[in-house]
Write a protein that binds this ligand. Structure first.
Ligand code: MN
Length: 494
């Protein structure tokens, strides 16, 4: 039977320490619920000492009846623990600085005093019925002898777990093993590991720690965290599970959704090339790859997209192959012969060569033209007026021509773009669609930049991507929407 590994998620504590991120208590609860549904074993919900709002969030999470154990961060101070107790948490992530650097310069203290505090405060937590994860801050730059002394003191005081933190991301997998293995030999309580990504090795170091005896991994969704971030939950989980076959409680098919939720709530975008949860993690453009994948997905995919709740995507660009174009045309219900396919393929390559991405609305336009199909514009925008400013509720009104008849609608929104899209939704209420994604890219630098808007719409089981460009973000957004809706309506007519 493979070893069971426990996941401690610290998105709500270390992750929230990402520069620019601050979450309301309600948003923290939303993320905690999603983490619990995913199946993490422990949630570090925040640091009770931080603020009134933080305590409110921790308390909400602690009283939500989650399966996960809920912890608060605390320093080696009674007041931190007392405030955590007020929040009804199950336990404390008790952080003891252990490197000489931290003890001398940060605490102006001594090793002996730190050991005494560990003994006292672990005991204090236990007296109050709290579980304790004793974490050695800057543990990776602490002498192995002292680490062992801290471990023994923590064990004697009845800590539940002993965690080694690579607080500044200083380790490599080899160095991690050198530190962890002797500790694992001596330890009578389970070991945990907490890694940062300053050298881009947080995931590798976390996996190395597990291979050397750690049983609990501290991670954050999307690798959020201070500076370069923490070890990422999705990477660590998938590596442990698929490479080594460890047992985890995580429902991996929920990873993509959770990443998305955290991205939206924190406002920290996931890079497209991010492992596991990036937009491109399961996207293929190059012809050779697409051909291989259509024959057998394993040729160019390590993981099955559905195993993490993602979808495989083929995109069109200059590296595209004939087979992808053929497959995408079939998905769009076009029947083409050999020479028409070649013509469409050549045009896609031509656009791709200019550095442009080819959406499926573009592909449709090319195919219609090659097949000599008159493209009917079912929806046309005739007028658009928006108002926005600090004294107005953003409002938009649109005059549209839909299948020949004039429709006028208006709506409010969180900003002018949202208001305009809401007005279009109202005007096209008979067209079934869902807006799945909305992306803005500024193509050039200044405030007069050309923006490119990409929208992804879903209608019944079809996904349509379309784009709009221009210097006016509202107009470009509306264009993208109208282009996509035209494609949906054309399909309804078929
Ligand atoms: Mn940390």
């Amino acid at each position: 039977m493979a070893q069971r590994i426990f996941v401690l998620d610290t998105t709500l504590r270390d992750g929230e320490q990402t520069p620019g991120v601050s979450l309301t208590p309600e948003k923290k609860l939303d993320i905690a619920r999603a983490l619990d549904e995913l199946g993490v074993d422990v949630i570090e919900a925040g640091s009770a000492i931080t603020s009134e709002g933080e305590r409110k969030g921790i308390k909400l999470i602690a009283n939500e009846g989650l399966d996960a154990e809920v912890l608060s961060f605390a320093r080696l101070l009674k007041q931190d623990i007392d405030l955590a107790l007020d929040c009804d948490v199950d336990g404390i992530f008790l952080v003891a600085p252990t490197s000489d650097l931290h003890i001398k310069y940060k605490l102006s203290s001594t090793r002996e005093k730190v050991l005494k505090s560990v003994e006292e405060l672990v005991g204090y937590c236990r007296q109050h019925g709290l579980t304790v994860d004793l974490c050695c801050e800057d543990g990776s730059r602490t002498s192995p002898e002292f680490l062992e002394r801290v471990l023994k003191v923590a064990e004697k005081a009845k800590a539940d777990r002993f965690t080694l933190a690579d607080t500044v991301g200083a380790l490599t997998p080899g160095r991690m093993s050198d530190l962890m293995k002797p500790l694992a030999k001596k330890a009578k309580i389970p070991l945990g590991v907490h890694c940062h990504d300053d050298l881009g090795m947080a995931t590798a170091n976390t996996v190395a720690a597990v291979r050397s005896g750690a049983r609990t991994v501290d991670v954050t969704v999307n690798g959020l965290g201070e500076r370069a971030g923490n070890a990422s939950l999705e990477e660590v989980v998938m590596a442990l599970k698929t490479v080594y076959g460890y047992q985890l409680n995580v429902k991996t098919e929920r990873l993509f959704k959770l990443s998305d939720l955290v991205e939206r709530i924190t406002g920290i975008p996931v890079p497209p090339n991010k492992a596991i949860v990036g937009e491109n993690a399961f996207t293929h453009e190059a012809g050779i790859h697409v051909d291989g994948i259509l024959k057998k997905p394993g040729t160019y995919e390590l993981l099955k997209p559905e195993s993490v709740g993602a979808r495989r995507r083929f995109v069109l660009g200059k590296h595209v192959g004939m087979k992808s174009v053929k497959k995408m045309l079939e998905e769009l219900d076009f029947k083409v012969n050999e020479s028409q396919l070649t013509e469409v393929f050549n045009q896609v390559k031509y656009i791709g060569d200019k550095g442009k991405r080819v959406t499926n609305v573009d592909l449709e336009a090319i195919a219609n033209q090659v097949l000599g199909i008159e493209q009917e514009r079912h929806i046309k925008l005739e007028e658009l007026v928006t108002t926005a400013g600090n004294k107005f509720t953003p409002t938009a009104s649109v005059k549209m021509r839909i299948n020949g008849s004039e429709v006028v609608e208006s709506s409010t929104g969180t900003g002018p773009v949202d208001a305009a899209i809401n007005a279009i939704r109202k005007a096209t209420r008979d067209v079934p669609f869902e807006l799945l994604e909305y992306h803005v890219d500024a193509i050039s630098g200044g405030s007069d930049a050309v923006v490119k808007i990409m929208v992804k719409l879903k209608s019944k089981d079809k996904i349509i991507t379309s784009q709009g460009t221009g210097t006016d973000i509202v107009l470009a957004s509306v264009d993208a929407m109208v282009n996509g809706l035209n494609s949906i309506m054309a399909r309804m007519k078929k």
